[in-house]
Design a protein around this ligand. Structure first.
Ligand SMILES: O=C(O)C1=C[C@@H](OP(=O)(O)O)[C@@H](O)[C@H](O)C1
Ligand SMILES: C=C(OP(=O)(O)O)C(=O)O
Length: 449
């Protein structure tokens, strides 16, 4: 698969459901886990394996960028294909071979928050200049937390002073590290970025978040869990440390053999389909314990009218035929907002989604985009200071624009299940994290188990 910018402007007629869905959907691996695994494996002192990696635009950009810095990443068919009940590509794996990091290099981050934020600290450890650029939207997404913190920790960075891309990190082969303050209220990825490379800084790193709010805490926990699994010593607020302070002790990282969990945020549209059609969807390999924010869907979609059971083979989620509105704080799980908004627009009562002001700086301004597009189909959505108020109304068909946002595309598909004549513009933008989306979606509608 080539790493391309999804510029296609075709209209995809979103299929309506002819009845309750009844399907098993194998959801590909987690973007957030795959990209953390790549960074940690690249920084390790020995080779490692990443099994069942997500292959999507965001993760291929991460792999390409690390290769450009000298890291070996080999695609292989692993010997452990038996690990995978029914997943066709599941035996495939990446072998990551760390090497001295070096510039000059020119990295394309696309519109991947994980790539544009996790890699500048890695580049600070490289020897030589590393230039970062990406899609036009990447120039608007906040990066000041990473830039300012790296400078405070001893890095030299050339940028245009806006706290955003493009920029060049002049890596010196090592970084002092130590204590640093960051306002991560616009993205938890600032904290994750500094922690992920922190074990390789001379003094490690101590990150103190100074802002009033901090979104996406589960993603910071994911960073901490994965660092610990790679042998790093990490002190956190949860492990008895100070509130809003994370500390990584300097030291070598181990090469791991890691199996990537299915992407639970990408499972969302499929679970939503069960809810919207009063059907049933099984997602195999749903982890029993996970830091992925998508695990909150079990609770949120249950409150919205479904029921679920975590079985040995995966999650079985069943809709009741009724969809209820919800009043919910999504600050920890912001990336679930578009899918929840779509379901809420089809509910039997109003919804209020709170705590997600930072979504205005995601792939697109998601609060504005959801309001405009759902209202464009006849809906009644208003933006609040930190979220959305959604009053369900009968919807009609029309074009649903995606603004190069994968989660807008999947939100439109959810609406299309219940509303005839919804056409998704640039559904190919789902390639950011789920290149197979349209096949999985039509497959789900045909599958009757
Ligand atoms: O660290 C990660 O993998 C992510 C953190 C979150 O970012 P924000 O904290 O910027 O919302 C989330 O929305 C994004 O999809 C993935
Ligand atoms: C916000 C998201 O992505 P990113 O990693 O680009 O921030 C997302 O996937 O919903």
């Amino acid at each position: 698969m080539t790493v391309h910018s999804a510029q296609q402007t075709d209209l995809w007629p979103a299929p309506t459901a002819s009845g309750p869905v009844d399907a098993t959907v194998h959801v590909p691996g987690s973007k957030s886990v795959t990209n953390r695994a790549l960074v940690l494996a690249a920084l390790a002192s020995e080779p490692g394996w990443i099994r069942r990696p997500l292959r999507s635009r965001d993760t291929l950009l991460m792999a390409e960028a690390l290769r450009a810095l000298g890291v070996g990443i080999e695609e292989t068919v692993s010997s452990s294909s038996t690990l995978t009940p029914g997943g066709d590509k599941a035996g495939e794996a990446w072998r990551v071979i760390p090497a001295p990091l070096a510039g000059p290099a020119s990295l394309d981050v696309g519109n991947a928050g994980t790539v544009m934020r996790f890699l500048p600290p890695v580049a600070a450890l490289a020897d030589g200049p590393v230039r970062f650029d990406g899609d036009p939207r990447s120039h608007e997404r906040p990066l000041h937390g990473v830039i300012d913190a790296l400078r405070a920790l001893g890095a030299r960075i050339d940028d245009d002073g806006r706290g955003a891309l493009p920029l060049t990190v002049h890596g010196g082969g090592a970084l002092d590290g130590g204590p640093v303050e960051v306002d991560a209220s616009s993205s938890s990825q600032f904290v994750s970025a500094l922690l992920l490379s922190g074990a390789r800084f001379n003094q490690g790193v101590e990150v103190r978040h100074t802002g009033a709010t901090l979104p996406s805490l589960p993603h910071i926990r994911m960073t901490v869990d994965m660092l610990r699994a790679a042998g790093a010593q990490v002190d956190t607020p949860e492990s008895g440390g100070e509130a809003n302070v994370w500390r990584v002790t300097p030291g070598a990282l181990l090469g791991r053999d890691l199996i990537v969990e299915p992407d639970l945020s990408n499972a969302q549209p499929f679970l939503a389909a069960a809810l919207v059609t009063g059907g049933r969807v099984i997602v195999p390999d749903w982890p029993e314990r996970t830091t992925q924010p998508g695990d909150r869907l079990r609770e949120i979609f249950t409150r919205m009218g479904g029921s679920c059971e975590l079985k040995e083979y995966g999650l079985e989620f069943t809709g009741s035929g009724r969809i209820h509105g919800i009043d919910v704080d999504l600050s920890e799980v912001g990336e679930l907002t578009p899918g929840i908004a779509a379901v809420a627009a089809l509910a039997d009562s109003p919804s209020t989604l709170r705590g997600v002001a930072h979504l205005r700086l995601h792939e697109t301004d998601r609060l504005a985009a959801l309001t405009k597009e759902i209202n464009g189909l006849g809906g009644d959505v208003t933006e609040t200071a930190d979220g959305l108020h959604i009053r369900p109304r009968a919807l009609r068909g029309g074009v649903f624009h995606t603004y190069d946002d994968h989660r807008m595309a999947t939100a439109g598909a959810i609406l299309g299940l219940a509303v005839e004549g919804v056409e998704i513009e640039n559904v190919a933008t789902t390639a950011k994290t789920l290149p197979d989306f349209t096949h999985l979606w039509t497959g789900m509608l045909e599958d009757r188990r």
